[in-house]
Design a protein around this ligand. Structure first.
Ligand code: HEM
Ligand code: NAG
Ligand code: NAG
Ligand code: NAG
Ligand code: NAG
Ligand code: NAG
Ligand code: NAG
Length: 519
């Protein structure tokens, strides 16, 4: 890449001091739970399966979009994150990693005819769009794809935060172009928030992957006769699918000759790159795996005044000999009989694919199959965990306990079907009668808006005409079509100025078979 003016500059060592989330005493927090699943349920049960798009065999050479010698999805994902972020302006807080690169206008800037050239951005969106949902923006997804590409292709672990917000329109142009001068590049990176040293470092960290395509840059790369080489991709280095400090044409710098310095500097610079977001966007702390994680928890009305408490626990890299669930009734009372063991589902295993810790295995335990009397109900639960070494631990969020609302729950008649290629949802909700008449009952379902970002579709449920009360609950129901991504659903009930909600998940997050009858 002789046209890109890489200098030979020493990289200042950056000091990492990311804040880390240690304890989460607020539950439920579906947003943090989903970030955790996206980052750590990489493969296997409940897997988000992002790595499927880049790992072929166990190297990083997957290219899912046709024969194309030398192209790799992993490289496209990293480049997409940089180009999306490169519109940031530190002076006015505009631009940054906000998925604005998905707009055609940004991919085909008239001001800069080829800087965003190539189909790498569309390819990236084609892969990740279906993995976003109300809790996981496209922008978080772009950041995660970059992190995953680097981490699973031999690079360092990059601290990951969530909470990016998707732009609703293109940003002001700002991506550096290869034919620009060094001065223009320095001033462009300075606007983005990076010094000249950091610029050199970031480009080196990025260009350990991938290459330059003839189709996008005919002046830089000559055409190829090889029919497999349809885009004529000329690789930046001989290890184009591996994150390493080998960057040919001598663009590497003396300090980067030390692989440890290269890795730690890249981890810092790439973290800053993905955390460069528009002003006003607040990111979470750096994510750490939730070690004992109740997943897909919900009370379900199963008829005849009976309730089931559905859910599972994901236990991070340990093998307890026994987990017992305990609970309290709606009125706060407890009894020795309010106790039942969890059963490990040995068909369920999830591999977080952490290169430094390849032996981490996660086990899943299903909530007990107990019928709860709807008059007593359940207001709170917690767990007693016994380990093989004889040690015991109570999992109750540091004494707070896992609290549930039982004003609204779905029934096990709730189901999803397909009619003429589109999704049809049948919802039946059981709503507590003793709090009075709801002013509104409605469903919130994930869908995609006209600009391609996750959005909520809200559909009201009209009150049933004849409303018998069964064991303290009234059933409300509706069936309707959805242009939904099918990830998460909510039934919300407004009563007396208060809103009560129950959530469940579907599709690829198929955790609760009893809730997901097809209809
Ligand atoms: C002055 C700044 C930069 C310039 C002028 C530049 C230029 C280029 C060019 C011309 C290509 C070839 C694209 C194609 O043919 O499709 C490319 C590819 C790439 N760039 Fe950059 N780049 C810059 C900074 C960065 C940064 C900061 C990163 C990430 C940290 C990055 C990551 C990549 C990757 C991963 C590819 C390979 C894409 C693929 O093989 O599909 N670039 N860059
Ligand atoms: C593909 O074609 C380009 C342009 O001719 C060439 O530089 C590159 O080496 C080729 N890549 C492979 C893997 O053959
Ligand atoms: C690249 O730089 C190194 C270190 O300065 C030098 O020893 C080597 O000869 C250079 N290689 C090329 C191809 O210029
Ligand atoms: C709902 O659950 C009850 C109790 O387990 C069961 O008898 C009934 O068949 C279930 N209904 C559906 C539609 O799955
Ligand atoms: C449910 O609990 C209530 C109150 O404890 C009791 O009156 C009722 O008989 C119970 N119903 C069943 C089906 O066990
Ligand atoms: C889905 O979107 C299409 C096109 O926007 C529209 O014609 C159709 O009515 C929508 N269907 C539902 C169920 O909202
Ligand atoms: C349901 O989701 C909403 C946000 O989407 C959240 O505020 C609420 O805590 C969730 N409730 C449960 C029981 O998961």
């Amino acid at each position: 890449m002789s046209t890109t003016p890489f200098g030979r500059i020493c990289i200042a060592t950056l000091i990492a001091s990311p804040a880390v989330v240690h304890a989460l005493n607020t539950w439920p927090n579906p947003f943090l739970d989903e970030l955790d699943s996206q980052l750590y349920d990489r493969q296997g049960y409940n897997g988000r399966n992002l790595p499927v798009g880049m790992l072929f065999g166990q190297d990083c050479s997957s290219f899912l979009f046709g024969p194309n010698a030398g192209r790799a999805n992993a490289a496209d994902w990293l480049r997409t994150a940089y180009h999306d972020m490169a519109t940031h302006n530190t002076m006015d807080g505009t631009g940054g990693l906000d998925a604005s690169i998905r707009f055609q206008a940004e991919q085909e800037r008239p001001e800069a005819p080829f800087q965003n050239a190539g189909d790498g951005f569309q390819n990236t969106f084609a892969f990740i769009a279906g993995l976003s949902n109300r809790y996981f923006s496209l922008a978080d997804n772009i950041a995660l794809a970059a992190v995953t590409a680097v981490e699973l292709c031999g690079g360092p672990k990059i601290p990951f935060r969530g909470g990016r917000v998707d732009a609703i329109e293109p940003n002001t142009p700002g991506v550096p172009e290869p034919q620009q001068s060094l001065e223009e590049h320095v001033s462009s990176f300075s606007r983005q928030g990076f010094t000249q040293e950091e610029m050199i470092g970031l480009i080196a960290c990025g260009h350990t992957f991938g290459g330059v395509q003839h189709v996008a840059f005919p002046d830089i790369v000559p055409p190829s006769d090889d029919p497999q080489n349809t885009s004529g991709n000329s690789r930046f280095d001989t290890t184009f699918t591996h994150f390493d400090n080998r960057i040919d044409n001598n663009v590497t710098m003396s300090k980067f000759a030390n692989p440890d310095v290269f890795r730690s500097t890249c981890a810092n610079l790439l973290a800053r790159m993905i955390d460069t977001v528009p002003g006003g966007v607040a990111l979470t702390n750096v994510l750490e795996p939730i070690k004992f994680k109740p997943v897909a928890v919900s009370l379900v009305w199963v008829g005849g005044g009976n309730i089931k408490l559905r859910g599972e626990v994901r236990v991070w890299n340990s093998a307890p000999s026994e987990i017992t669930m305990k609970w309290k009734a709606r009125d706060g009372s407890s009894s020795p009989s309010f106790s039942a063991p969890l059963v490990q589902n040995t068909d369920h295993t999830t591999d977080p694919l952490i290169p430094d810790s390849p032996t981490i295995t996660n086990r899943w335990y299903e909530f007990p199959d107990v019928l709860h009397n709807s008059t007593q109900s359940v207001s709170e639960f917690w767990f007693e965990v016994k380990n093989d070494d004889g040690s015991n631990k109570v999992e109750n969020l540091g004494g707070v306990g896992y609290h549930l609302q039982d004003v609204v729950m779905i029934t096990n008649n709730t189901c999803v079907g397909i009619d003429d290629g589109s999704l049809v949802l049948t919802v039946e909700a059981a709503i507590r009668a003793d709090l009075g008449q709801p002013s509104r009952v409605y469903v919130k379902a994930d869908e995609t808006d006209q600009t391609g970002r996750p959005n909520l579709k809200i559909v009201d449920i009209t009150a049933p005409l004849n409303r018998p009360t069964i064991a303290g609950y009234t059933l409300w129901g509706a069936t309707f079509g959805l242009n939904a991504t099918g990830a998460f659903y909510t039934v919300a009930v407004d009563i007396d100025g208060q809103t009560y909600e129950t959530n469940w998940s579907a599709g690829s997050l198929d955790l609760n078979p009893v809730l997901l009858n097809s209809c």
